[in-house]
Design a protein. Sequence first.
Length: 345
Amino acid sequence: MEVLIGVDPHKATNAVAAVNERGELLEHADFAANRAGLRALKRWAKRFPECRWAVEGASGLGHSVAQHLVACAKKVVDVPAKLSARIRVLSVGNERKNDRLDALYIALAAWRGERLREVKEEEHATVLKMLSERREDLVEERTRALNRLHRLLRDLVPGGAPNKLSADEAARALRRVRPRSVPERTRRGLAWELVRDVRRLDRLISELGRRIYEAIKESGTSLTEIFGVGPLLAAKIIGRVGTIARFPTKGHFASYTGTAPIEASSGDIVRHRLSRVGDRQLNAALHIIAICQVRHGAEGRDYYQRKLEEGKTRREALRCLKRRLSDVVFKRLSADSDSTIFAAA
Protein backbone atom coordinates (compact mmCIF):
# COMPACT_ATOMS: atom_id res chain seq x y z
CA MET A 1 0.00 0.00 0.00
CA GLU A 2 1.43 3.34 -1.06
CA VAL A 3 1.45 6.09 1.57
CA LEU A 4 1.57 9.81 0.97
CA ILE A 5 3.38 11.88 3.60
CA GLY A 6 2.68 15.60 3.86
CA VAL A 7 5.28 17.90 5.43
CA ASP A 8 4.49 21.30 6.95
CA PRO A 9 7.93 22.93 7.37
CA HIS A 10 8.82 25.58 9.95
CA LYS A 11 12.05 27.13 11.17
CA ALA A 12 12.19 24.98 14.29
CA THR A 13 10.06 21.93 13.45
CA ASN A 14 8.66 19.85 10.61
CA ALA A 15 5.15 18.50 11.11
CA VAL A 16 4.31 15.39 9.06
CA ALA A 17 1.15 13.42 8.37
CA ALA A 18 0.79 10.10 6.52
CA VAL A 19 -2.37 9.23 4.58
CA ASN A 20 -3.27 6.01 2.76
CA GLU A 21 -4.59 5.53 -0.77
CA ARG A 22 -8.11 6.46 0.37
CA GLY A 23 -6.94 9.75 1.88
CA GLU A 24 -7.36 8.51 5.46
CA LEU A 25 -4.97 9.70 8.15
CA LEU A 26 -2.64 6.93 9.34
CA GLU A 27 -0.26 8.78 11.61
CA HIS A 28 1.23 12.19 12.30
CA ALA A 29 4.36 13.36 14.10
CA ASP A 30 6.67 16.33 14.70
CA PHE A 31 10.43 16.47 14.20
CA ALA A 32 13.04 19.12 14.86
CA ALA A 33 14.22 21.01 11.78
CA ASN A 34 17.87 20.07 12.24
CA ARG A 35 20.14 17.18 11.29
CA ALA A 36 19.03 15.02 14.20
CA GLY A 37 15.40 15.73 13.36
CA LEU A 38 15.89 14.82 9.69
CA ARG A 39 17.53 11.53 10.72
CA ALA A 40 14.61 10.82 13.04
CA LEU A 41 12.19 11.64 10.22
CA LYS A 42 13.93 9.09 7.98
CA ARG A 43 13.71 6.41 10.68
CA TRP A 44 10.02 7.18 11.23
CA ALA A 45 9.27 6.92 7.51
CA LYS A 46 10.77 3.40 7.31
CA ARG A 47 7.50 2.03 8.65
CA PHE A 48 6.02 2.95 5.23
CA PRO A 49 8.08 1.00 2.65
CA GLU A 50 6.19 2.54 -0.27
CA CYS A 51 5.72 6.25 0.21
CA ARG A 52 5.70 9.58 -1.60
CA TRP A 53 6.28 12.99 -0.08
CA ALA A 54 4.51 16.33 -0.42
CA VAL A 55 6.32 19.39 0.98
CA GLU A 56 4.75 22.83 1.27
CA GLY A 57 6.98 25.57 -0.11
CA ALA A 58 9.80 23.35 -1.37
CA SER A 59 11.44 26.42 -2.90
CA GLY A 60 11.17 28.43 0.32
CA LEU A 61 10.96 27.35 3.94
CA GLY A 62 10.67 23.69 2.93
CA HIS A 63 13.77 23.79 0.72
CA SER A 64 16.07 22.07 3.22
CA VAL A 65 13.80 19.12 4.05
CA ALA A 66 12.73 18.71 0.40
CA GLN A 67 16.32 18.56 -0.86
CA HIS A 68 17.25 16.14 1.94
CA LEU A 69 14.45 13.80 0.89
CA VAL A 70 15.37 14.05 -2.79
CA ALA A 71 18.99 13.24 -1.92
CA CYS A 72 17.68 10.06 -0.27
CA ALA A 73 16.04 9.06 -3.59
CA LYS A 74 12.55 9.96 -2.42
CA LYS A 75 9.83 11.21 -4.75
CA VAL A 76 8.82 14.67 -3.59
CA VAL A 77 6.27 17.18 -4.93
CA ASP A 78 5.98 20.85 -4.07
CA VAL A 79 2.60 21.95 -2.68
CA PRO A 80 1.85 25.71 -2.87
CA ALA A 81 0.63 27.21 0.40
CA LYS A 82 -2.51 28.58 -1.29
CA LEU A 83 -3.49 25.10 -2.48
CA SER A 84 -3.19 23.49 0.95
CA ALA A 85 -5.18 26.39 2.48
CA ARG A 86 -7.92 25.86 -0.11
CA ILE A 87 -8.04 22.13 0.71
CA ARG A 88 -8.32 22.97 4.41
CA VAL A 89 -11.33 25.24 3.88
CA LEU A 90 -13.04 22.77 1.53
CA SER A 91 -12.43 19.87 3.93
CA VAL A 92 -13.72 21.37 7.18
CA GLY A 93 -15.66 24.41 6.02
CA ASN A 94 -13.60 26.79 8.12
CA GLU A 95 -10.01 27.93 8.62
CA ARG A 96 -9.28 25.95 11.80
CA LYS A 97 -5.63 25.00 11.68
CA ASN A 98 -2.54 23.81 13.48
CA ASP A 99 0.73 22.33 12.30
CA ARG A 100 -0.45 18.71 12.24
CA LEU A 101 -3.67 19.62 10.44
CA ASP A 102 -1.66 21.63 7.93
CA ALA A 103 0.54 18.59 7.24
CA LEU A 104 -2.61 16.51 6.66
CA TYR A 105 -4.07 19.02 4.20
CA ILE A 106 -0.74 19.23 2.36
CA ALA A 107 -0.86 15.46 1.91
CA LEU A 108 -4.50 15.62 0.79
CA ALA A 109 -3.66 18.33 -1.75
CA ALA A 110 -1.15 15.96 -3.37
CA TRP A 111 -3.43 12.94 -2.93
CA ARG A 112 -6.26 14.60 -4.88
CA GLY A 113 -4.16 14.46 -8.01
CA GLU A 114 -3.36 18.15 -8.48
CA ARG A 115 -0.68 18.83 -11.09
CA LEU A 116 2.22 19.64 -8.80
CA ARG A 117 5.86 20.32 -9.53
CA GLU A 118 8.16 17.42 -8.74
CA VAL A 119 11.18 18.49 -6.70
CA LYS A 120 14.52 17.62 -8.25
CA GLU A 121 18.08 17.91 -7.05
CA GLU A 122 19.44 21.42 -7.40
CA GLU A 123 20.89 22.10 -10.83
CA HIS A 124 23.31 24.54 -12.41
CA ALA A 125 20.47 27.06 -12.55
CA THR A 126 20.61 27.37 -8.76
CA VAL A 127 24.24 28.47 -8.93
CA LEU A 128 23.43 31.08 -11.56
CA LYS A 129 20.48 32.35 -9.52
CA MET A 130 22.59 32.78 -6.38
CA LEU A 131 25.38 34.57 -8.23
CA SER A 132 22.95 36.80 -10.13
CA GLU A 133 20.99 37.78 -7.02
CA ARG A 134 24.19 38.45 -5.10
CA ARG A 135 25.42 40.76 -7.85
CA GLU A 136 22.08 42.61 -7.92
CA ASP A 137 22.29 43.11 -4.15
CA LEU A 138 25.79 44.53 -4.47
CA VAL A 139 24.74 46.87 -7.29
CA GLU A 140 21.87 48.17 -5.15
CA GLU A 141 24.26 48.66 -2.22
CA ARG A 142 26.68 50.54 -4.48
CA THR A 143 23.85 52.78 -5.71
CA ARG A 144 22.89 53.63 -2.12
CA ALA A 145 26.52 54.43 -1.26
CA LEU A 146 26.83 56.72 -4.29
CA ASN A 147 23.60 58.50 -3.38
CA ARG A 148 24.95 59.21 0.11
CA LEU A 149 28.23 60.36 -1.42
CA HIS A 150 26.31 62.72 -3.70
CA ARG A 151 24.61 64.33 -0.72
CA LEU A 152 27.90 64.87 1.11
CA LEU A 153 29.66 66.29 -1.96
CA ARG A 154 26.74 68.62 -2.54
CA ASP A 155 27.59 70.32 0.78
CA LEU A 156 31.37 70.16 0.32
CA VAL A 157 31.90 71.10 -3.33
CA PRO A 158 30.35 74.19 -4.98
CA GLY A 159 27.96 72.95 -7.64
CA GLY A 160 27.95 69.42 -6.23
CA ALA A 161 29.10 66.33 -8.13
CA PRO A 162 28.26 65.06 -11.63
CA ASN A 163 25.27 62.73 -11.98
CA LYS A 164 27.38 59.79 -13.17
CA LEU A 165 29.71 59.73 -10.19
CA SER A 166 32.52 57.22 -9.74
CA ALA A 167 34.81 56.57 -6.80
CA ASP A 168 37.78 58.11 -8.61
CA GLU A 169 35.85 61.29 -9.51
CA ALA A 170 34.68 61.64 -5.91
CA ALA A 171 38.24 61.16 -4.64
CA ARG A 172 39.57 63.88 -6.94
CA ALA A 173 36.87 66.26 -5.74
CA LEU A 174 37.57 65.49 -2.09
CA ARG A 175 41.29 66.19 -2.47
CA ARG A 176 40.44 69.76 -3.42
CA VAL A 177 38.26 70.29 -0.36
CA ARG A 178 39.79 72.30 2.52
CA PRO A 179 37.42 71.96 5.50
CA ARG A 180 37.26 74.96 7.83
CA SER A 181 34.98 73.66 10.55
CA VAL A 182 34.33 70.50 12.52
CA PRO A 183 31.12 69.65 10.59
CA GLU A 184 32.99 70.04 7.28
CA ARG A 185 35.85 67.81 8.48
CA THR A 186 33.32 65.20 9.63
CA ARG A 187 31.48 65.42 6.31
CA ARG A 188 34.76 65.01 4.39
CA GLY A 189 35.78 62.02 6.54
CA LEU A 190 32.45 60.29 5.94
CA ALA A 191 32.77 60.96 2.22
CA TRP A 192 36.19 59.26 2.15
CA GLU A 193 34.69 56.23 3.93
CA LEU A 194 32.00 56.03 1.26
CA VAL A 195 34.62 56.27 -1.48
CA ARG A 196 36.37 53.26 0.03
CA ASP A 197 33.03 51.43 0.26
CA VAL A 198 32.28 52.11 -3.41
CA ARG A 199 35.73 50.88 -4.48
CA ARG A 200 35.26 47.70 -2.44
CA LEU A 201 31.84 47.13 -4.02
CA ASP A 202 33.26 47.78 -7.50
CA ARG A 203 35.81 45.01 -6.93
CA LEU A 204 33.15 42.58 -5.65
CA ILE A 205 30.79 43.34 -8.55
CA SER A 206 33.59 42.87 -11.06
CA GLU A 207 34.59 39.56 -9.46
CA LEU A 208 30.98 38.33 -9.48
CA GLY A 209 30.67 39.32 -13.12
CA ARG A 210 33.70 37.18 -13.90
CA ARG A 211 32.25 34.23 -11.95
CA ILE A 212 28.91 34.55 -13.73
CA TYR A 213 30.68 34.63 -17.09
CA GLU A 214 32.56 31.43 -16.20
CA ALA A 215 29.38 29.76 -14.91
CA ILE A 216 27.49 30.64 -18.09
CA LYS A 217 30.36 29.34 -20.20
CA GLU A 218 30.38 26.10 -18.20
CA SER A 219 26.61 25.67 -18.53
CA GLY A 220 26.84 25.55 -22.32
CA THR A 221 23.63 27.54 -22.71
CA SER A 222 22.68 28.88 -26.12
CA LEU A 223 20.78 31.85 -24.66
CA THR A 224 23.73 34.15 -25.30
CA GLU A 225 23.29 33.53 -29.03
CA ILE A 226 20.11 35.64 -28.88
CA PHE A 227 20.84 39.25 -29.79
CA GLY A 228 20.66 41.37 -26.63
CA VAL A 229 21.40 38.55 -24.18
CA GLY A 230 24.75 38.72 -22.44
CA PRO A 231 26.11 36.50 -19.64
CA LEU A 232 24.50 38.58 -16.87
CA LEU A 233 21.04 38.54 -18.45
CA ALA A 234 21.35 34.85 -19.36
CA ALA A 235 22.25 34.03 -15.74
CA LYS A 236 19.21 35.94 -14.51
CA ILE A 237 16.84 34.17 -16.92
CA ILE A 238 18.20 30.68 -16.24
CA GLY A 239 18.28 31.28 -12.49
CA ARG A 240 14.68 32.45 -12.31
CA VAL A 241 13.28 29.85 -14.71
CA GLY A 242 15.06 26.91 -13.12
CA THR A 243 13.86 23.71 -14.80
CA ILE A 244 12.20 24.52 -18.12
CA ALA A 245 10.52 21.09 -18.11
CA ARG A 246 7.98 22.39 -15.59
CA PHE A 247 6.37 24.37 -18.43
CA PRO A 248 4.43 22.01 -20.74
CA THR A 249 4.22 24.48 -23.62
CA LYS A 250 5.55 27.84 -24.74
CA GLY A 251 2.14 29.27 -23.87
CA HIS A 252 2.55 28.23 -20.23
CA PHE A 253 6.00 29.82 -20.24
CA ALA A 254 4.64 33.05 -21.74
CA SER A 255 2.00 33.17 -19.02
CA TYR A 256 4.72 32.74 -16.39
CA THR A 257 6.77 35.59 -17.87
CA GLY A 258 3.74 37.86 -18.03
CA THR A 259 4.00 38.31 -21.81
CA ALA A 260 0.80 36.43 -22.71
CA PRO A 261 -2.20 38.81 -22.86
CA ILE A 262 -5.19 37.93 -20.71
CA GLU A 263 -8.49 37.39 -22.52
CA ALA A 264 -11.21 39.76 -21.35
CA SER A 265 -13.94 38.94 -23.90
CA SER A 266 -17.64 39.38 -23.26
CA GLY A 267 -20.37 38.15 -25.59
CA ASP A 268 -19.52 38.98 -29.19
CA ILE A 269 -16.76 41.37 -28.14
CA VAL A 270 -13.35 39.70 -28.23
CA ARG A 271 -10.60 41.63 -26.53
CA HIS A 272 -7.45 41.09 -24.48
CA ARG A 273 -5.79 43.12 -21.78
CA LEU A 274 -2.22 43.49 -20.57
CA SER A 275 -1.06 40.84 -18.12
CA ARG A 276 0.30 42.13 -14.80
CA VAL A 277 0.92 38.68 -13.38
CA GLY A 278 3.86 36.33 -13.75
CA ASP A 279 7.51 36.78 -12.88
CA ARG A 280 8.15 40.50 -13.30
CA GLN A 281 11.91 40.03 -13.22
CA LEU A 282 11.70 37.73 -16.25
CA ASN A 283 9.32 40.17 -17.89
CA ALA A 284 11.86 42.95 -17.36
CA ALA A 285 14.63 40.78 -18.85
CA LEU A 286 12.55 40.19 -21.99
CA HIS A 287 11.85 43.92 -22.15
CA ILE A 288 15.60 44.65 -22.17
CA ILE A 289 16.14 42.14 -25.00
CA ALA A 290 13.30 43.67 -27.00
CA ILE A 291 14.65 47.21 -26.57
CA CYS A 292 18.14 46.10 -27.64
CA GLN A 293 16.82 44.43 -30.78
CA VAL A 294 14.63 47.38 -31.75
CA ARG A 295 17.38 49.96 -31.21
CA HIS A 296 20.21 48.08 -32.89
CA GLY A 297 18.43 46.72 -35.94
CA ALA A 298 18.42 43.03 -35.01
CA GLU A 299 15.88 40.55 -36.37
CA GLY A 300 13.33 41.64 -33.77
CA ARG A 301 13.25 45.13 -35.30
CA ASP A 302 11.67 43.83 -38.53
CA TYR A 303 8.91 42.13 -36.54
CA TYR A 304 8.42 45.34 -34.52
CA GLN A 305 8.11 47.43 -37.69
CA ARG A 306 5.54 45.03 -39.16
CA LYS A 307 3.39 45.42 -36.07
CA LEU A 308 3.62 49.21 -36.37
CA GLU A 309 2.50 48.97 -40.02
CA GLU A 310 -0.49 46.89 -38.90
CA GLY A 311 -1.66 49.89 -36.88
CA LYS A 312 -0.42 48.97 -33.44
CA THR A 313 1.06 51.59 -31.13
CA ARG A 314 4.73 51.46 -30.14
CA ARG A 315 3.88 49.96 -26.78
CA GLU A 316 1.62 47.34 -28.32
CA ALA A 317 4.26 46.44 -30.92
CA LEU A 318 6.87 46.10 -28.18
CA ARG A 319 4.57 43.79 -26.21
CA CYS A 320 4.10 41.63 -29.31
CA LEU A 321 7.87 41.43 -29.68
CA LYS A 322 8.26 40.43 -26.03
CA ARG A 323 5.72 37.64 -26.55
CA ARG A 324 7.69 36.42 -29.55
CA LEU A 325 10.97 36.61 -27.62
CA SER A 326 9.38 34.57 -24.83
CA ASP A 327 8.89 31.74 -27.36
CA VAL A 328 12.49 32.11 -28.56
CA VAL A 329 13.82 31.88 -24.99
CA PHE A 330 11.58 28.88 -24.28
CA LYS A 331 12.89 27.11 -27.38
CA ARG A 332 16.51 27.77 -26.41
CA LEU A 333 16.03 26.62 -22.82
CA SER A 334 14.20 23.49 -23.97
CA ALA A 335 17.11 22.63 -26.26
CA ASP A 336 19.60 23.32 -23.47
CA SER A 337 17.71 21.08 -21.04
CA ASP A 338 19.12 18.03 -22.83
CA SER A 339 22.67 19.22 -22.14
CA THR A 340 24.65 16.86 -19.94
CA ILE A 341 26.15 19.81 -18.11
CA PHE A 342 22.75 21.10 -16.99
CA ALA A 343 21.62 17.64 -15.99
CA ALA A 344 24.73 16.83 -13.99
CA ALA A 345 25.29 20.16 -12.25
